[in-house]
Design a protein around this ligand. Structure first.
Ligand code: LLP
Length: 388
């Protein structure tokens, strides 16, 4: 199932661009559906923030997943792509009034509420519109996700969610309001999580909370455990599809769901990362005094993850023939910032001006985080539609 690129068809395309392997996306979606099939009360919402390319969204919507949105723009994109409103959840620490109104008008499934002031505003908007909003409280479970500090969200010092000890008062406050209905708890502890026992800890924390809520006579109809499942950036061809069955199995095993309770997931990266590749061209090979630089025409304007999180993406020279000589390069982009580096001391097939250079596993948080810094143009996207 390795990703073989149709490089013949790339020859005439302007680089840099994103290439999406839609058959791999479909196989990934099938793997998700197969993995959740034994768990009738599990539902997956795709986290739109990972990739909002319309073709990607339509493919995911058609497969039957719901959508997890964090802005009014994402709700619009989800509706436009065909996600039904009743499968859309809306999270985010700073929902503006117009975004709340848009969500209420559309009739989304649930607001993931992150503070009491936000609850008051949702209630006021819903009353003014004659609606009742389903709300889940995002709870900060203080579980360490053992991932990059900038993508850890479940610790106490984060801006997200409300502390566990504040949950009960928040639910009681919601019960006094006419414009909101408490339906559940929402969690998200971080992203690119590879140590799956972190999810066991989260499940145990949720079990404790559920016991406390039940003791207080509170009924919870849905639990949302967010996203976070990581992918293999080092060897995308060895692991093109994440181990979804292991991931869902963790929750099935450790989380004590009550009768009739739904368990929601918000997967982003694990759905789309491996189907996307940033394709660029080698501009220059610069022989420095201590190292060689491979300067490519993509920069952090197209893929900001290495500069922002120090993350690495596998880099390949697609033009070089199999078995050709290798060389070691610092692979860098054209942006006028020293952080515009994709990899240091990277071994790849010897590169020449014009070679196609691939940055793999870029389908999540790639195109969607592109910018026009340095007055650059946003990257185009191209697709492989049929099976190779
Ligand atoms: N749900 C919530 C509430 C989230 O905040 C996120 C991601 C997700 C779901 C989806 O998480 P995933 O399954 O993709 O891990 N730009 C960073 C990642 C930021 C993640 C933000 N929240 C990166 O490139 O690594």
């Amino acid at each position: 199932m390795s990703n073989v690129f149709p490089i013949g068809s790339f020859a005439s395309l302007k680089t840099p661009f994103y290439h999406y392997d839609l058959p791999l996306l479909s196989q990934t979606l099938s793997a998700i559906h197969t993995a959740i099939a034994p768990h009738h009360n599990f539902q997956v919402h795709y986290a739109i923030k990972a990739n909002a390319n319309p073709v990607i969204l339509q493919t995911i919507a058609r497969s039957g997943l719901g959508a997890d949105c964090v802005s009014g723009g994402e709700i619009e994109a989800a509706l436009y792509a065909g996600f039904p409103a009743e499968k859309i959840v809306f999270a985010g620490v700073g929902k503006a009034d117009w975004e709340i109104e848009l969500a209420l008008r559309a009739g989304i499934a649930c607001f993931n509420v992150e503070s009491l002031p936000e609850l008051e505003v949702i209630n006021a908007c819903a009353l003014a519109m004659g609606r009742v909003a389903n709300v889940a409280f995002r709870v900060n479970p203080n579980v360490d996700a053992h991932t990059h500090a900038k993508i850890t969200t479940g610790l106490n010092e984060n801006k997200f969610g409300i502390a566990m000890e504040d949950l009960l008062p928040a639910i009681r406050r919601a019960a006094e309001m006419q414009g909101v209905r408490y339906v559940g708890m929402h969690f998200h502890i971080g992203s690119q999580i590879l140590e799956l026992d972190v999810f066991d800890r989260l499940s145990e924390r949720i079990n404790q909370l559920q016991d406390e809520l039940e003791a207080a006579g509170i009924h919870t109809s849905s639990i949302n455990v967010g996203g976070g499942l990581g992918i293999d950036y080092a060897e995308p061809d060895a692991h093109p599809i994440p181990a979804f069955a292991d991931y869902f199995g963790r929750f099935a095993h450790h989380l004590r769901l009550r009768a009739g309770q739904q368990l929601h997931f918000e997967l982003g990266r694990s759905v789309v990362a491996q189907c996307g590749t940033l394709i660029s061209r080698a501009l220059y090979v610069k022989h420095g005094h201590t190292k060689d630089f491979l300067i490519i025409d993509a920069g952090f304007t197209e893929l900001i993850r290495p500069a922002m999180y120090g993350s690495s993406h596998a880099i390949q020279n697609l033009t070089a023939a199999v078995g050709s000589a290798e060389a070691v390069y610092d692979v860098v982009g054209p942006i006028c910032e020293s952080s515009d580096v994709f990899g240091k001391d990277v071994t790849l097939a010897e590169a020449h001006r014009g070679d196609l250079i691939a940055l793999r596993s870029a389908g999540a948080y790639g195109e969607v985080m592109a910018s026009t810094y340095n007055c650059r143009r946003l990257p185009q996207s191209h697709f492989t539609f049929a099976d190779k």
